[in-house]
Design a protein around this ligand. Structure first.
Ligand SMILES: [Fe+2]
Ligand SMILES: [Fe+2]
Length: 370
């Protein structure tokens, strides 16, 4: 497999920017770009009307798992953590340090995004099933965000979460779009963390930061969050047929493409783990696609040569766009407009590729066995 595009660090720097101090880190978390994690709000009345009776047995089993809270003591640093940070972090090259910070800040923003959304839904509904679910998921995401923030504080780059909540803008999504997008981001989050965890389990010498030791039990939370949205969608089968299949295709592709382009701005990070960004991303796509068969009747064909070529093209276009932005002036503006149109066109081509069809399994729940 060839690398998606030749990325030297100048390109990376153009795409991810640099973080020198806490103000930069906070500004990065607040900023909304095509690639950065967003905050969402939704129609709370519609959320309140959800009915999970048709999946009651599975739902109650899942609620018992949340109540059991097997990760209640997981997100505490052990004695070795600080020591490892002290030894390992000075060894990072400045470029690698920037990629790692970008990884931590975007991961924190996306954990916190879940925390805010779930908390807002919890506050605005009276439906006991949904209220209880949102309480548990907000609990988990707040732990995840807090744990990453501790690692940013080691660099004196802690994010002020209260300030972030007040200043970052919110995107409104109808509940069904929240379900498609959040289901995918929870499952892809699981796939990303477990792929990294397994890789570093095999290659402990490549574990350049202690936080990765936490990923296995951590990603089981994300897996379960995804299960919750799978049950909600399966309880509302109208969300999984007709014109909604077109929306599902759109969301799968949008989530995959965003991840792919974003990950290709961090080649050194993957290299340090013994991966290559393209190989890592296809492993994550494969796991996510396998899992998503529990709920989505369609899946994108990630092995189609046009799919692969399109993903590569999107990375090239995002580099070209960043270069045009840096150039500035009229030529820069034209360059940005042209690359933006080309990206839309490329995305459209990917969207029109044939999809694979799935028969949904009678047994909805899955176990995190990757
Ligand atoms: Fe999380
Ligand atoms: Fe989650």
């Amino acid at each position: 497999m060839t690398n998606a595009a030749a990325l030297d660090f100048d390109h990376v720097e153009l795409l991810i920017g640099t973080v020198e101090n806490a103000a930069d880190a906070n500004a990065k978390a607040v900023r909304n770009t095509v690639l950065s994690p967003r905050f969402y709000t939704t129609d709370f009345d519609a959320m309140d009307k959800l009915n999970v009776e048709s999946v009651r047995t599975e739902w109650d089993v899942m609620m018992k798992e949340y109540e059991g809270d097997n990760n209640h003591d997981h997100f505490q640093r052990d004695a070795a953590f600080a020591e490892e940070v002290k030894v390992l972090m000075p060894q990072l090259s400045p470029e690698m340090r920037q990629e790692f910070l970008d990884f931590l800040i975007s991961s924190l923003t996306s954990e916190f995004s879940g925390c805010i959304l779930y908390n807002e839904v919890r506050k605005h509904v009276t439906n006991p099933d949904i209220k209880q679910l949102m309480t548990f998921m907000a609990r988990d995401e707040s732990r995840h965000a807090g744990f990453i923030n501790q690692s940013l504080r080691d660099f004196d780059l802690g994010i002020d979460l209260g300030q972030l909540k007040r200043t970052k803008s919110y995107t409104f999504f109808k509940p069904k779009f929240i379900f498609y997008a959040t289901y995918l981001s929870e499952k892809i989050g699981y796939a990303r963390y477990i792929t990294i965890y397994r890789q570093l389990e095999k290659n402990p010498d490549k574990r350049f930061h202690p936080i990765f030791r936490w990923f296995e039990r951590w990603c089981n939370d994300e897996f379960r969050h995804g299960e919750s949205f799978a049950l909600i969608m399966r309880a509302h089968p109208e969300l999984l047929r007709g014109v909604n299949l077109l929306w599902i295709r759109f969301f799968i592709l949008a989530v995959y493409a965003t991840m792919y382009v974003r990950d290709h701005t961090r080649p050194l990070l993957h290299e340090a783990m013994g991966f290559e960004s393209t190989e890592y991303d296809y492993e994550v796509f494969r796991i996510t696609s396998d899992i998503a068969r529990q709920v989505f009747p369609v899946e994108v064909d990630i092995d189609h040569p046009t799919f692969r070529a399109g993903m590569t093209r999107l990375v090239e276009l995002s580099i070209a766009n960043a270069k045009a932005k840096e150039r500035g002036g009229l030529l820069g503006a034209i360059g940005r407009a042209v690359t933006a149109v080309q990206a839309v066109f490329t995305f459209g081509r990917l969207y029109l590729l044939p999809v694979k069809k799935n028969e949904l399994p009678a047994d909805i729940r899955m176990q995190p066995t990757w």
